[in-house]
Design a protein around this ligand. Structure first.
Ligand code: SAM
Length: 403
């Protein structure tokens, strides 16, 4: 791809961007596509993508490989893939990393419509109760039954028997969760399992998040609140959402599927860095900020448990790892340990905002202990999921480039 193929920045949302960033046509298309995609992942950087590319461009950062250490919705990783970069993505949440498997490792939708239809069919046989009885506050009886049927069919299928493939584990081998754990899947089945479980959950999240306050820390609305706002059920077009032709990720994969595939990990960031497995020219850090909405295990509890099986509270190591960037007290020492383990990456790009665990000055001071060349760029944009009575709630977001 020709990176000299300069096009104007059509997405200059806040008026402060560089209008001459050299996105090539494919990346421009992907940025445009992402703008039209309904991405409600908490803390996603959809609105910051152009700024991220500008900071790197303005500072003349040269990189072929990128490590997206907390990839979340994979929007940042997807843009880097569109640029032909070799991407390594990681997230501790299996719901997130299974999405990254789709966006970074697939070259097309890995499951046919007919196979998806099979998995949603209710044969009338008893499916083990997983959602039913456990999450009745969020779902109607019919919805819970449907989700149990789907989960059961998946785990019984050839593709799902080993569990959901969620990327690589700490030892560098494929990680499967929720199933027998035995690595018996074919490569095609592995990709299909990640795709299927991720997008069933994604569909549920889109149907059940009605905005506003979280219900006891979760992104799903309580059933009665949801029913006040929408008559849509989870069954509504669940098939369409998995159908190759109408799937929300299908345009994306049609565009970036021809670019080199990347690597995905489903690990605690500190443990992964300690393993020494990851190498990259550029590391992008977008950790939970340590303020409100930093508790990702709770925010996505239902989906995470649907994929993994056991309650998050029973996964000791994972539960503790989710705390690293949640509690303000422990935050700083975990952040420092992380940077200490990242010395080998030549460039760091770090996201923070004003509600982070510390002020941007204090955060910069910490980073300065590790790096001499630091560039702090404030970016203003509006959070649309945190509207307050007084109109727009603007918050400064910061991109810190450190070399
Ligand atoms: C701010 S979000 C990242 C958003 C992402 N950049 C995007 O654009 O969607 C932070 C992510 O860190 C993940 N996370 C939290 N603790 C972690 C840990 N100890 N190791 C790895 N990932 C972690 C969360 O699951 C969450 O997806």
């Amino acid at each position: 791809l020709n990176m000299n193929n300069t096009v104007p920045n059509l997405f200059d949302l806040d008026g402060s961007g560089d209008p001459n960033v050299p996105y090539d046509i494919l990346t421009t298309t992907v940025l445009k596509l992402l703008r039209s995609m309904p991405i409600n992942y908490v803390g996603n950087k959809k609105k910051l993508l152009e700024n991220i590319l500008s900071v790197l461009h303005d500072n003349n950062i040269k990189y072929d490989t990128v490590f997206d250490a907390f990839c979340g919705s994979s929007v940042v990783s997807s843009v880097f893939r569109s640029m032909g970069k070799k991407v390594v993505a990681n997230d501790l949440l299996s719901f997130s990393s299974s999405g990254a498997v789709f966006y970074l490792m697939c070259d097309k939708i890995p499951l046919s419509r007919s196979a998806a239809i099979e998995l949603t069919k209710d044969s009338g046989q008893a499916a083990p109760k997983f959602v039913q009885g456990r999450y009745e506050k969020f779902f109607t009886d019919d919805e819970a039954r449907l989700l149990d049927v789907i989960r059961h069919n998946f785990l019984q299928s050839k593709m799902g028997r080993s569990g959901t493939f969620t990327g690589l584990g700490l030892d560098g081998s494929p990680k499967f969760v929720g199933g027998t754990g035995k690595d018996v899947s074919s490569p095609g089945d592995m990709l299909a399992s990640a795709f299927f479980m991720h997008f069933v959950c994604n569909h549920v999240l889109h149907r059940c998040f009605s905005g506003g306050r979280y219900y006891s820390g979760q992104t799903l609305s309580r059933i009665d609140k949801r029913q006040q706002k929408t008559s849509k059920t989870i069954a509504d077009d669940i098939l369409a959402s998995l159908d190759e032709n109408h799937h929300p990720g299908s345009s994306m994969i049609a565009h970036i599927g021809s670019m080199p595939t990347g690597t995905v990990y489903n690990c605690d960031i500190l443990k992964l860095l300690e393993s020494g497995r990851v190498d990259a020219d550029l590391a992008y850090f977008d950790p939970p900020y340590g303020g409100d909405s930093s508790d990702y295990a709770s925010l996505y509890r239902v989906c995470e448990e649907y994929i993994r099986g056991p309650s998050i509270d029973d996964l000791d190591g994972t539960k503790d790892a989710f705390r690293r960037f949640r509690d303000k007290k422990a935050y700083q020492s975990n952040f420092e340990s992380m940077l200490d383990l990242c010395r080998k990456f030549p460039s760091w790009l770090i996201s923070f905002n004003e509600s982070s665990f510390a002020s941007i000055d204090d955060i910069s001071a910490i980073i300065r202990r590790f790096r001499t060349k630091i560039d702090v760029r404030p970016v203003r944009y509006r959070y649309n999921y945190r509207k307050t009575g007084g109109g727009e709630n603007k918050e400064n977001e910061y991109l810190v480039l450190a070399r």
